[in-house]
Ligand binder design. Structure first.
Ligand code: NGS
Length: 326
C-alpha cells in the first residue's frame, strides 16, 4: 500500500510537471509571436524624411517671402503623452487660424497638403475630444491640412467603405495629394508622428494602447492609414459591400497587396495612439464570406462603381462636413 501511494505521487508529480512544461512552452511561443509584432518591421528612423511624399495642393499659394517649412525637428521630437495626460490637450483649445477645418502654417511654406478623412456616426462625445485634440496636435506640424467629417446620417447599417470613398472623392476634387483615413476614436500620442504620406501606403496607428501597444497583425491597415490620392484611385478605393463592423480594412489591405503596394510603418516610438473607449459595434457576420468573394471577383466594386448617394457638404469652423444618406 505505501509503495503504491509513492508510485501514485510520482505519477501525479509527472503529470503536474508535464502540464507546467506545456504551459511554459505555450507562454514562450506567445512571447515570441507578440514580441515579433511589438518590434514590427518599420522604415529606418534616419531615412524617414526622404521617404515622405512631398506635395501640396496646386491652389495653395506659396509665398516667396517665407522660408520652406522644415520637418526634421518634428520627426526628432521625443515628446510623448501618457494616455491620462490626453485631457490636458483638448481642454485648452482655441480655433485660431482654422477655416472650414483647414489650416495653413503662417510662418513658412508647407511641403505637405493632407486631407484627413474621418468617418462618423453618433459618437458626439468622441468627436468633442477628437477635433480640439487633433487641431492642437496638427497645428504643431507645419503642414497644410483639412479635416473632413463624413457622417452617415441615416439609420441603415454602417458602411465605412462607402463613406471613405465619398470622402476621398471630395478630397481629390479639392486636389489633396495625400489622404489620411482616420478613426474618430484614435488620438496620436507622439509629437514625431508627422501626418504625411510616404512613397508607399503608411499604416500610422501601429501601436495602440488597447492592444497593449502591440501590432495585432502585419497586414492591418485599420485605424489610421496615410495613402496618396493616386494610390487610392489605383486600388479603386474601398469595397462598397461591407456593412456593419469589420472586414473592409482587411479587404483594402488585400487590394494594396494585389497592386504590389507594400505597407510601411514608422518606428513604434512614433506610432503610439490611445483609443477612446466605446461599445463594440455590431459585427458583420458575412465579412469573411465577402472578403473571400471579393478576392475571387477582383476589384469590380469600389470607388469607380460607387452607387449614387444623397450627400451635402457644409463648412464648419473645425471641420468640413460631408453628410451622407445611404
Ligand atoms: C479584425 C477585423 C478588422 C479590424 C481589426 C481590428 O479582426 O476589420 O480586427 O479591430 N477583420 C475582420 O473582422 C475580418 S479593432 O479591435 O481595432 O476594432 O479592423
Amino acid at each position: 500500500m505505501p509503495k503504491c501511494s509513492l508510485k501514485n505521487r510520482i505519477l501525479q508529480l509527472r503529470v503536474i510537471t508535464c502540464i507546467f512544461f506545456i504551459l511554459c512552452v505555450k507562454a514562450f511561443i506567445h512571447f515570441i509571436i507578440t514580441y515579433g509584432l511589438y518590434n514590427y518591421p518599420h522604415l529606418p528612423a534616419e531615412v524617414l524624411e526622404t521617404q515622405l511624399f512631398k506635395q501640396t495642393t496646386p491652389n495653395l499659394v506659396l509665398q516667396k517671402n517665407k522660408p520652406d517649412c522644415t520637418y526634421d525637428k518634428i520627426l526628432n521630437n521625443p515628446t510623448t503623452l501618457l494616455n491620462w495626460e490626453v485631457p490636458k490637450r483638448f481642454d485648452d483649445f482655441s480655433a485660431k487660424d482654422l477655416v472650414n477645418g483647414s489650416y495653413v502654417p503662417a510662418h513658412c511654406n508647407p511641403k505637405f497638403s493632407v486631407a484627413i478623412l474621418v468617418t462618423y456616426r453618433n459618437r458626439q462625445s468622441q468627436l468633442d475630444i477628437f477635433l480640439p485634440y487633433m487641431h492642437n496636435f496638427l497645428r504643431n506640424q507645419n503642414i497644410h491640412y483639412k479635416i473632413y467629417l463624413i457622417e452617415q446620417q441615416d439609420e441603415k447599417l454602417w458602411n465605412k467603405g462607402v463613406l471613405y470613398n465619398i470622402g476621398a472623392k471630395q478630397a481629390i476634387r479639392d486636389k489633396f495629394p495625400c489622404l489620411v483615413l482616420h478613426d474618430v476614436d484614435l488620438l496620436p500620442l507622439d509629437a514625431a508622428n508627422l501626418y504625411a504620406c510616404a512613397a508607399l501606403p503608411r499604416h500610422m496607428s501601429a501601436s495602440i494602447d488597447k492592444f497593449r501597444f502591440v501590432l495585432p497583425y502585419d497586414y492591418l491597415v485599420g485605424g489610421v492609414l496615410a495613402i496618396t490620392a493616386d494610390q487610392y484611385v489605383a486600388v479603386d478605393g474601398f469595397s462598397n459591400r461591407f456593412e456593419a463592423w469589420g472586414g473592409e480594412d482587411d479587404d483594402f489591405s488585400a487590394r494594396l497587396s494585389a497592386h504590389k503596394l507594400d505597407i510601411v510603418r514608422f518606428p513604434r516610438e512614433m506610432s503610439r495612439y490611445t483609443m477612446l473607449v466605446h461599445r463594440q459595434e455590431p459585427k458583420n457576420t458575412q465579412r469573411k464570406r465577402i472578403l473571400s468573394e471579393n478576392r475571387r471577383l477582383g476589384d469590380k466594386d469600389g470607388l469607380s462603381s460607387l452607387p449614387y448617394h444623397n450627400t451635402h457638404v457644409k463648412n464648419h469652423r473645425l471641420f468640413t462636413l460631408i453628410g451622407v444618406m445611404l
